[in-house]
Design a protein around this ligand. Structure first.
Ligand code: ATP
Ligand code: MG
Length: 405
C-alpha cells in the first residue's frame, strides 16, 4: 500500500500541561533529525498529533526509524483520499482486504476535525460499516474488541484512513529532561542504563575511561560503537574519552589492594562530576546494580558518592542480570558488550576488593595521592568524538570474535 503520511500519537506529553509546547517542539525536532536524509518528508507537530507527510518516501523505512523515537505512544501509516464517501469506502475496502487473513470482526472509528464536512462521525461509522459488511459478508462488527479498527480522519485537506497501530518507544522526547553524563564502560550494564535514562528524556553525553597501553584500541572502539547504538535513540552523542592510565598506575602504587577499586571509582566519579560542571550536565548516570559484583554494595556506593553532590542515577540498580540482558538484546548492544576487549576496570581489578569499604579509610588512602594534579592532567587529555546513529568503529578482528561467540 502506498501510504501518504504517518500519523503519530504523543505519549505522556498529553498530560504535561504548560510544558506541552516545548515537549511537542522537541519531539518534532527529534523526528526531523532521524529523518534528515529524506528531504521529501515533511513534519508537522500539532497540539494533539504529529503528522509525517511521506511525499513518496518509503513508509517501511520511516516506520523503522520512528519506532526508536522516545515520546511517541503509537503511530499509524495512513492513506489520503478525496473528501467523498465513495473514495473513503473504496480505500477502506482495500485496507480490509489486505488484512482479511487475520480479521473476523472490525469496527469503523471516525474523527472529524473539519466540521464543515457534511457527513458526521456517527453517519460515517454507520455507512462505512454497512458498506464493508456488504463487501465482506464473512466479517461482522464488534465495537468492543474488534480484530481490526478502520480509522477515518476527516480533515480540511483530505480524508485519512488507517488500519494499523504500531507501538512507539514510549518515554519522553530526548532533551526534555536536561543533560546527563553517562559513565560508559564496554560492559552490558552501562549502555542499558544510558538507554533507560534517554527514555526518560535525558540527553546523554558519554564519559569513558581508558588506560592505554593496558587497554587496547579495540576496547575504546567498542565503547564508541556502543555509543553509535545508543545514538539511534537520541541522535548524535558526544563521546568524552578520558585518559586514566596515570591515575590507575598511581592508585595501584599508593593504595592498599583492598581499596584500589574504591579509590579508582572515586577518581572516576570526580572526573565525571568535573566534566558535568563544565558541560552543564545535571546528573551522573552509571550501570551499577546492587550486589552484582564486589564494588556494587550500598557500603561501596556510600564510600564513592562522597566525592560529589551531583545526583548519581542508577537506572538498572534493581534489575536482575537477566532483565538487564533482555534489554541489552532488545536495544542491540548485547553482542557488542560481550566482545572480549577488556576495559580499564577489568584489568586493574584486584583479586579481592573490599565489599564493604569504609568511607574514612578511603579518604585517608586517597590523601596519599595528588588528587588535584592527577585530575587536571586527565582533564587536559580529554578528547571529544561526535558519534552518529549506527556509526561503527571496530575493525575486522572484532567481526572475527563476533562470529565465534
Ligand atoms: P558494566 O556492565 O556497565 O561495565 P559492571 O557490572 O561491569 O558494569 P563495574 O565494573 O562495577 O560494573 O562498573 C560499574 C559502573 O561504573 C559501570 O556500569 C559504568 O557506569 C562505570 N564504569 C566502569 N568502568 C568504566 C569505564 N572504563 N569508563 C566509564 N565508566 C565506567
Ligand atoms: Mg564493566
Amino acid at each position: 500500500m502506498q501510504y501518504s503520511e504517518i500519523m503519530v500519537r504523543y505519549g505522556e506529553l498529553s498530560t504535561k500541561g504548560k510544558n506541552r509546547k516545548s515537549f511537542i517542539d522537541r519531539l518534532g525536532s527529534n523526528v526531523r533529525k532521524v529523518l534528515h536524509d529524506l528531504p521529501e518528508v515533511k513534519i508537522q507537530a500539532n497540539r494533539d498529533r504529529l503528522h509525517v507527510s511521506l511525499n513518496g518516501a518509503d513508509s517501511d523505512q520511516v516506520v523503522d526509524r520512528l519506532k526508536l523515537v522516545f515520546g511517541i505512544q503509537n503511530f499509524s501509516p495512513s492513506v489520503k483520499v478525496d473528501r467523498t464517501f465513495e473514495a473513503t469506502a473504496e480505500m477502506a475496502a482495500q485496507m480490509v482486504k489486505e488484512q482479511l487473513g487475520t480479521t473476523k470482526t472490525f469496527k469503523v472509528n471516525t474523527r472529524r476535525s473539519d466540521h464543515q464536512f457534511p457527513i458526521d462521525t456517527n453517519e460515517m461509522n454507520t455507512r462505512l460499516g454497512e458498506y464493508l459488511l456488504e463487501a465482506f459478508p464473512e466479517l461482522s462488527v464488534d465495537v468492543h474488541q474488534p480484530d481490526l479498527v478502520v480509522r477515518v480522519e476527516i480533515r480540511a485537506n483530505g480524508i485519512f484512513l488507517s488500519s494499523q497501530t504500531i507501538q512507539g518507544a514510549g518515554g519522553l522526547p530526548v532533551g526534555t529532561s536536561g543533560k546527563g553524563m553517562l559513565m560508559l564502560s564496554g560492559g552490558i550494564d552501562s549502555p542499558v542504563a544510558g538507554y533507560l535514562g534517554m527514555k526518560r528524556g535525558v540527553s546523554m553525553e558519554m564519559v569513558h575511561f581508558f588506560s592505554p597501553p593496558y587497554t587496547s584500541e579495540q576496547a575504546l572502539a567498542k565503547a564508541q560503537e556502543l555509543t553509535g547504538k545508543l545514538a539511534r535513540y537520541s541522535g548524535t552523542i558526544q563521546f568524552l574519552q578520558v585518559p586514566f592510565t596515570e591515575i590507575q598506575e598511581t592508585v595501584k602504587e599508593k593504595v592498599p589492594e583492598g581499596y584500589l577499586m574504591t579509590v579508582q571509582r572515586r577518581m572516576m566519579l570526580r572526573l565525571t562530576a568535573a566534566l558535568a560542571l563544565k558541560r552543564h550536565g545535571l546528573a551522573i548516570f552509571n550501570g551499577e546494580s546492587l550486589g552484582q559484583v564486589a564494588s556494587q554494595t550500598m557500603e561501596s556506593m556510600l564510600a564513592i558518592n562522597d566525592v560529589t553532590t551531583l545526583p548519581i542515577l542508577r537506572p538498572v540498580v534493581s534489575l536482575d542480570k537477566t532483565e538487564i540482558i533482555k534489554i541489552a538484546e532488545d536495544i542491540d548492544t548485547y553482542q557488542l558488550s560481550i566482545l572480549p576487549f577488556e576495559d580499564c576496570c577489568t584489568i586493574f581489578a584486584p583479586p579481592s576488593p573490599k565489599t564493604k569499604p569504609n568511607l574514612e579509610r578511603a579518604r585517608v588512602y586517597e590523601s596519599r595521592l595528588d588528587v588535584e594534579g592527577l585530575m587536571q592532567r586527565a582533564l587536559d587529555g580529554v578528547k571529544i568524538v561526535e558519534v552518529h546513529a549506527g556509526e561503527e568503529f571496530l575493525n575486522q578482528e572484532a567481526d572475527a570474535f563476533a562470529e565465534l561467540l
